[in-house]
Structure formats: structure tokens, C-alpha cells
Design a binder for this molecule. Structure first.
Ligand SMILES: Cc1cc2nc3c(=O)[nH]c(=O)nc-3n(C[C@H](O)[C@H](O)[C@H](O)COP(=O)(O)OP(=O)(O)OC[C@H]3O[C@@H](n4cnc5c(N)ncnc54)[C@H](O)[C@@H]3O)c2cc1C
Length: 559
């Protein structure tokens, strides 16, 4: 039966995702919105619609439908009186991934988006209820709908690139594996696409053949088409924990704040399946959820987030800073917060490039776990990231080998992880061992050649997926010689900078440019310290802006 014609019962509230509003809450919203009658079949929001109101069902029922108007239409949920519609994308400016269609004559309350943002700021209880349910709804939507389809081979680095962008940015999507999915070939035939044109991205009437990241990001509503040329108070480069903290504090304290990230919000923390030592989350929190929460918080205060946008150069004009972007645009700003963190070092082993993107990974999230199901997996590294990956992947892989150069697992790894690893029956720790060879064909890894560093003995280990967590290198290539760096490429700040002018704490050799988090020379590589530095930076920016203001006043008065 066409879902529009079914008699549909309401979706039960799952994990607080679909609360019913009280009279008082509806009253608060009514002051900011307009009541509208609806008829059965009225499409209140159409799939792909970007600008839309926040809708509350006052009477009748509204169905949430994927593929409305097509033979594949599927009702995802049904909401009745006192429930509000939509999900996280409404606040983050993404298009709707579903249509919303009235099932009965009734009435909705339409609150303009601007008024919703105001309400979230001014009515914390109601704002919090909406934000929490929107976050849960996004989680339910991912995996609950098809969303954007990515059709491609698991052995194609471009498939991996596109899936990574979608997964890291928590875009509802489905990967159709060219090798494994029986429907893949038929789908491509219908679209007259050959396997060599894959990967393809399909959403609604759009079919993109191996699109660059920026194009997928635009379709998913992650990237705006242009940047404001107007001067802003602060540009935060990097949206890991440090950058997001700077964004939340900057925007909440009234600074016009633009945030960029080359890949996704969350940074390295976003690739962690569970952060167990971040204050206030006794049961741990996934990096993705921490990032989502921070993004909503930053947007709530008016920060302008842009992903994926890469900074390629830092320049200046008088006392203004100019951030040059990969799309040729430039951002003019009074201050810059460098929060570009670090990325994992690549293994120094022959044939690495052949297997990267297909069998060798630098993050262990649910996306990579798909490739590890019942497979022999090896992990190189002795720190906490390698430990977390071991615990997480042991749930998916047939066997996990953790390869460390030294003898003592708890030398660089927290005790709680060592304890967990020692209890896992399918994990083996190979001590005093280094990887010397990658063996396989057609970009598919089959075996690792490893060497015992004490005896020189060589052995082969079956491995189809290899993870490397062997320390990090700073993402400072884009800074060239614009700020002073230490001998390892990390940014020098405060007393570390040897110039006649003594920069303040976190300030680089360039006045008004601060560095926070993992990218900073001597920083503690932790989520909490990155968040702390990001928030401190904003206090220092206020001081800098006040100094600039005083200089401008003096120049105006000619003193
Ligand atoms: C798998 C893993 C597990 C971890 N687990 C824990 C844990 O349990 N507890 C803990 O305290 N710490 C943990 N850490 C460490 C923690 O995640 C980092 O210390 C923290 O993320 C650093 O934050 P940051 O914002 O300084 O940098 P990052 O998180 O590195 O973020 C930097 C961001 O900048 C972006 N970027 C880089 N260059 C550019 C550019 N040119 N233009 C635009 N954007 C750019 C990157 O895409 C990235 O998103 C873990 C790290 C990893 C990798």
C-alpha cells in the first residue's frame, strides 16, 4: 500500500527522541510562530528542502516519509499532537533527508528558524529538550533511512574517501558495496553507469560520478557555497575539541566567529569509539557524539561552521589576518585560532601506498569496523589510541594482533585499557616486533611480514586489515613561515617564542594569532586540555581586540 494511504499509528517515543510538549511549552512556541491548518496529503517539508520552519503538530498526524512520491516511498515515523518535527539538520542548516506529510486534517504551529534559535538561547529548559531530541533523532536517522547512496568498491580509495566524509560528518547514508551487494550492478545498469565510473553518489535526482569532497559536502548541506567577505572577530582553523571549544566560547561571548575544518568536526577525538576519561561522562562518550553536541552548542550561539574547507595559507594586511582557503576564497579577520591538531604518522614500510585507503587505516570507527568482520586484523602502536582500537575491533575481527616495539604494554597505555586487552581471548600482543613487509595483490592486503627486533627472526602474520597508531605529526604545513614552529613543526607560543615582543600565553609569534590543542608545541595530547586551551584562547582574544580598539581610538584622536 502507498504509505500516504495507510492508516498509520504513531511511532512510540524512543530514548526521549519524540517527547510531547506541555501546554506551557506550546504556549512559549506559539508566541514565536503561526498556527496553520493542514489537509490530508499536504507536504509540509519536502525531501531536500533546506530553508524550513520548526513545525509542531497541534492536531492530526504527520508522517515522516523517505522517497515520498516514488514507488519506493517508505514511512519512517508518524507523529501526533504535541510532538515537534525535524532533527539536527534543521539547526545545522542541512537539507531535510525526508518529507513530512500530513496524514489527517489538522493544525501545525510553524516557528521560523531564527525564532527557534532565539528560543534555544532564551528558554534553556525547552531549548535543551529540543536539542537533546534532535541529537538522538540524528542517531536514529543514521541507519534508519537510506539517505545518500554511495555505490563503490570496498577496494577503491575514492569510495573510502566519500564514505569517510559522510561517516565523519554523520550524514545519513548507505554504502552499496560493488563486490558484495547483489543490487549494485542492477542499480548502475539503470543509471547507465559502468563500474569504472564508480564510486557514484546518488541522492534524489542527483547522480555524481566520483565527486570531489566539496561536491558531496554541498549536496549533504555541509558546505555553504560562498564565504562572507565581511571582516570577522575570529577565524578558528580546525574543528577538533580545541577549535570547537574556541567556537563555543567565542560565539557565546559575542565575537563574530567563523570555524573551518578540512575534513569533519570532531578532529582526532571524532575517530574515537569511546572516550572514557573526559570529565562528566562516567560511562564514556563516543567522539562523534561529543562533536555533535559541541557543534549544536556552537551553532546555538551563532558560530558559522564550514566543513570541509581547508586553510592553505595564513597572510595579513596591516593588523588584519587573512586566511586563504582551498577554494580560492579569503577570510579577513582580526584574530585567528590555529587548532589544526595532528594526524597519525604513516608507517615506514614498502608498498604502503598500494594498500592505503583499502587495507591500511589510521582510525578505528564503525566505518572501518565493517571491513574487519571475522577478519584477521593487526594494530601497530602502544599508546591509548592503539589500545582503544584493540578493544573496539576485537568485537568485530576474528583475531587482533597488537604489535608493539617494546616489552611493556602499560609503558604508554592507560591501565584500564591494558586490563581490558588482557581479558580479550581473541587478542594477541606481539612484543619487540616491527612491521617490515606488506604482502597482497590488487590493493588487498593478505599478510604482514614482521621482525623480532631482538633476534631478527622473521614471521608472517595473516592480516587483511592493518591499523597504524604510531604517534602524530602536526598539521602545520599550511602555515609555512607565517608563525614560528619548533623543530618538529609544532607551533611555538607564549614564552617559547624568542622575539623582542613577548607574546602572551597561547599567542604565536604573530600578534593576534593563537595556537591551541595538539598543534601547539608542548601541549598535552588530551581532549580535556584541548578544550581548556580553546576556551582560554577566547579570553586572550578579548584582550587583543581591546588593545586593537585602544590603538584605533588613539589613531582616530591623533594622540
Ligand atoms: C583514536 C584516538 C583516540 C583518542 N582517545 C582519547 C581519549 O580517550 N582521551 C583523551 O583525552 N584523548 C584522546 N585522544 C587524543 C585527543 O583526541 C586529541 O588530543 C584531541 O582530539 C586534540 O584536539 P585538537 O582540537 O587540538 O586537534 P584535532 O583533534 O587533531 O583536530 C584538528 C582538526 O583540524 C583539522 N585541520 C587540520 N588541518 C587543517 C587545515 N589546514 N584547514 C582546516 N582544518 C584543518 C583536522 O581535520 C581536524 O579536524 C585520542 C586520539 C585518537 C586519534
Amino acid at each position: 500500500m502507498n504509505p500516504d494511504e495507510e492508516h498509520l499509528s504513531e511511532t512510540p517515543d524512543v530514548a526521549g527522541a519524540y517527547p510531547r510538549l506541555s501546554d506551557e511549552q506550546i504556549d512559549l512556541l506559539s508566541r514565536r510562530g503561526e498556527k496553520q491548518p493542514v489537509q490530508r496529503g499536504d507536504v509540509l517539508v519536502v525531501e531536500g528542502q533546506r530553508d524550513r520552519d520548526f513545525l509542531i503538530v497541534l492536531a492530526g498526524k504527520v508522517a515522516v516519509i523517505e522517497g515520498h512520491g516514488t514507488p519506493k516511498a517508505r514511512t519512517v515515523r508518524v507523529h501526533g499532537p504535541r510532538r515537534f518535527l525535524d532533527e539536527l539538520g534543521l539547526l545545522t542548516g542541512q537539507p531535510s533527508f525526508v518529507s513530512m506529510v500530513a496524514q489527517e486534517p489538522g493544525q501545525v504551529l510553524a516557528v521560523p528558524l531564527r525564532a527557534l534559535h532565539e528560543l534555544v538561547r532564551e528558554e534553556p529548559d525547552l531549548g535543551d529538550l529540543i536539542l537533546r531530541s534532535f541529537l538522538t533523532r540524528r542517531e536514529l536517522l543514521i541507519g534508519g533511512i537510506t539517505g545518500i547512496k554511495i555505490v563503490g568498491s570496498r577496494f577503491s580509495p575514492d569510495t573510502r574517501r566519500l564514505r569517510e566524509l559522510a561517516a565523519r560528518n554523520r550524514v545519513p547514508h548507505t554504502w552499496i558495496d560493488l563486490e558484495e551487494d547483489p543490487g549494485a550492478e542492477e542499480l548502475l545498469r539503470r543509471l547507465s553507469i559502468t563500474a569504472k565510473d564508480t564510486p557514484v553518489v546518488i541522492w534524489r535526482d542527483k547522480v555524481l560520478r566520483n565527486p570531489p569532497n566539496a561536491e558531496l559536502a554541498r549536496v549533504a548541506g555541509l558546505r555553504r557555497s560562498g564565504h562572507d567577505e565581511a571582516m570577522c572577530d575570529v577565524v578558528v582553523v580546525g574543528a577538533g575539541p580545541a577549535g570547537l571549544a574556541a567556537a563555543v566560547y567565542g560565539a557565546s561571548e559575542g565575537l563574530s566567529t567563523v570555524v573551518l575544518d578540512a575534513v569533519a568536526t570532531g578532529g582526532q577525538a571524532g575517530t574515537s569509539s569511546r572516550i572514557e576519561n573526559y570529565l562528566g561522562f562516567p560511562a564514556g562518550i563516543s567522539g562523534a557524539e561529543l562533536a555533535d553536541r559541541a557543534v549544536v552548542q556552537a551553532k546555538k550561539f551563532g558560530a558559522d561552521l564550514n566543513v570541509p574547507v581547508m586553510a592553505v595559507r595564513l597572510g595579513w594586511h596591516d593588523s588584519d589576518q587573512i586566511v586563504h582557503l582551498d577554494d580560492g576564497a579569503q577570510l579577513r579577520t582580526r584574530t585567528v585560532v590555529i587548532a589544526t591538531g595532528a594526524r597519525y604518522r604513516r608507517l615506514d614500510v614498502p608498498r604502503l601506498a598500494e594498500f592505503e585507503g583499502t587495507s591500511v587505516y589510521y582510525a578505528a570507527t564503525f566505518m572501518e569496523a565493517v571491513f574487519c568482520e571475522r577478519q584477521p586484523v593487526s594494530i601497530v602502536g602502544g599508546g591509548n589510541s592503539a589500545g582503544q582500537a584493540t578493544v573496539f575491533l576485537a568485537r568485530h575481527a576474528s583475531r587482533v594482533r597488537l604489535i608493539i616495539l617494546h616489552d611493556e604494554l602499560n609503558r604508554d597505555m592507560s591501565r584500564y585499557l591494558v586490563d581490558q586487552i588482557e581479558r580479550l581471548p581473541n587478542v594477541e600482543v606481539l612484543r619487540h616486533t616491527e612491521v617490515t613487509e606488506l604482502i597482497g595483490d590488487d590493493g588487498r592486503l593478505q599478510t604482514l611480514g614482521v621482525r623480532d627486533t631482538r633476534t631478527g627472526e622473521r614471521q608472517e602474520i595473516p592480516t587483511t586489515v592493518l591499523f597504524a597508531f604510531i604517534g602524530a605529526q602536526p598539521c602545520t604545513g599550511w602555515l609555512a613561515s607565517s608563525v614560528a614552529l619548533d623543530e618538529r613543526g609544532y607551533v611555538l607560543t607564549g614564552a617559547q617564542v624568542r622575539t623582542a615582543r613577548q607574546p602572551v600565553m597561547l599567542e604565536t609569534s604573530r600578534p593576534g594569532v593563537l595556537a591551541v590543542g595538539d598543534v601547539r608545541s608542548g601541549s598535552i595530547k588530551r581532549v580535556a586540555s584541548a578544550v581548556g586551551e580553546g576556551s582560554m584562547a577566547v579570553r586572550l582574544i578579548h584582550d587583543h581586540l581591546a588593545r586593537l580598539g585602544r590603538v584605533a581610538d588613539r589613531q582616530r584622536s591623533g594622540t
